[in-house]
Design a protein around this ligand. Structure first.
Ligand SMILES: [Zn+2]
Length: 132
């Protein structure tokens, strides 16, 4: 088995790592092992998630931009959670999560506000035309 601390190969029934002395955790499911490879994959996923998160904040504007914002934010959230599953929860993950949440919540708020605004304008127009 491999040491979780330094990655050195150790005897399968060893209790401590021969390289760094760390206690060896016997993992029954090999798929659950998150070594340096898992962290790298999680990091790049988190970076893409951050990209979508930033895009969701950038697109946060009145009308159709709010929908793009929600879509990017949802993609950002999904990617951020898969980055966390891959064993990465560093600063990039937190940034992606925060940006995505701002994008989704802000986008939903702005979109609802636009709907109310359009509704008000159209009823105002109808009200004006009712006098003619
Ligand atoms: Zn070790």
């Amino acid at each position: 088995m491999y040491c979780k601390q330094c990655g050195a190969e150790n005897n399968d029934n060893a209790k401590f790592c021969s390289e760094c002395g760390a206690e060896l955790v016997h993992v029954t499911q090999p798929g659950k092992f998150t070594g340096p490879a898992g962290d790298t994959q999680g990091k790049s996923t988190a970076e893409v998630a951050l990209g979508f998160g930033i895009a969701s904040v950038v697109f946060l504007s009145f009308g159709i931009g709010a929908l793009i914002s929600i879509a990017c934010g949802i993609v950002g959230l999904i990617l951020a959670s898969s980055a966390k599953k891959a064993g990465f929860n560093g600063g990039i993950y937190t940034g992606a999560l925060v940006c995505s949440i701002i994008g989704v919540v802000g986008g939903a708020g702005v979109f609802l506000a636009s709907l109310v605004f359009i509704g008000t304008i159209s009823s105002l127009v109808r009200w004006i035309f009712s006098f003619t």
